[in-house]
Design a protein around this ligand. Structure first.
Ligand SMILES: C[C@@](CO)(OP(=O)(O)O)[C@H](O)COP(=O)(O)OP(=O)(O)OC[C@H]1O[C@@H](n2ccc(N)nc2=O)[C@H](O)[C@@H]1O
Ligand SMILES: Nc1ncnc2c1ncn2[C@@H]1O[C@H](COP(=O)(O)OP(=O)(O)O)[C@@H](O)[C@H]1O
Length: 287
């Protein structure tokens, strides 16, 4: 049995995000195209056979340990196991902004489920891990399955997709946006017609939009300014409920030229869109 592994926990983009209805429990029904980025956090899992339980080597600002999705994911696996498991210490190399629409928390949960399934040799199927993940957040299943996908329902009904693996400039306007607040806004578009997808959806995502964008532009001038700036160079869009935005470029050098000219004071990064999650690429290497 291996005792330590470091695994990627990538970001996602919602290349488009349509709100097509509402469930009786108030949750919004979405149609969205998820793609991963070759950029994200790293998690290191080290087994501690002499010390039972799950520990983090550092806490995240503003997140109580029991609310941390890494701890919640590890405990969800322990609850499923039929025998005692060795303890584990988990360290986080955090690069993704929190609450930015890049799915960092959901991705951390998925990397924990997939990583500990491997390290603890639990042999749970992807379906079983995605089910556990859905209990932690709507975006966890796509990270568990590891393939770019068209998502329906709350984003858990997934059809694998192969959008172009373009380069992105991702900007983080200096504000934080609460997902619940955006979904409760009166002016939110909630009736975008459903689109039909072919089984091998290639996703000409440039034709689609993010239905949260108008509301977010109005409420957060920082996002509006960044979108207006990035739009000069091509289509720019919000991911999830924001605050991060992205512009798409065919090559790394084209993306870097725009990145170098960004207004001072704004953070972000340049990354490539990838249809196989870096987490699954790494696991294939290990197996
Ligand atoms: C919008 C998306 C798109 O990928 O991403 P993010 O912006 O969070 O990255 C996700 O669907 C985010 O799903 P999830 O991560 O589970 O949402 P949460 O933050 O738990 O949701 C906070 C609140 O927003 C509302 N909510 C959320 C999702 C949804 N489909 N309909 C809703 O009405 C609910 O009131 C919920 O209690
Ligand atoms: N390990 C974690 N990493 C990031 N956020 C976490 C984590 N655990 C819990 N959270 C909480 O989840 C919220 C949403 O995080 P995240 O998935 O990064 O953003 P978003 O849903 O906007 O894409 C954060 O604001 C934070 O309070």
């Amino acid at each position: 049995m291996k005792t330590s592994i470091t695994l990627p926990s990538p970001a996602k983009l919602n290349l488009f995000l349509h709100i097509v209805g509402r469930r009786p429990d108030g949750y919004h029904e979405l149609q969205t195209l998820f793609q991963f980025l070759d950029y994200g956090d790293d998690l290191t899992f080290t087994l501690t056979p002499d010390q039972p339980g799950v520990r983090l080597t550092e806490s995240l600002p503003g997140v109580a340990e029991e609310d941390n999705l890494i701890i919640r994911a590890a405990n969800a696996l322990i609850d499923q196991a039929r025998h005692p498991l060795p303890g584990v210490t988990i360290s986080i190399d955090k690069r993704l902004p929190m609450g930015g629409g890049l799915g960092g928390g959901s991705s951390n949960a998925a990397t924990t489920l997939v990583g500990l399934n491997h390290l603890w040799e639990l042999n749970l199927s992807a379906d079983a891990l995605a089910d556990i993940g859905l209990g932690l957040g709507a975006d966890v299943p796509v990270f568990v399955r590891g393939h770019a996908a068209f998502g329906e329902g709350v984003g858990e009904q997934l059809t694998p997709a192969n959008p172009p693996e373009d380069w992105f400039v991702v900007l983080k306007p200096d504000c934080s946006i609460n997902t619940g607040k955006i979904f409760s806004e009166e002016g939110l578009t909630r009736d975008t017609p459903r689109i039909k997808i072919a089984p091998a959806f290639e996703g000409d995502a440039s034709r689609y939009r993010n239905d949260c964008e108008d509301v977010v532009r109005k409420l957060y001038p920082e996002v509006k300014e960044s979108l207006d700036w990035l739009t000069q160079f091509g289509p720019a869009r919000l991911t999830g409920t924001g605050a991060c935005i992205f512009g798409r470029f065919p090559t790394e050098s084209a993306a870097r030229i725009i990145w170098e000219s960004k207004p001072s004071g704004i953070t972000g990064f340049v990354a490539r869109g990838v249809n196989i999650s870096p987490l699954h690429e790494k696991l294939t290497e290990l197996n």
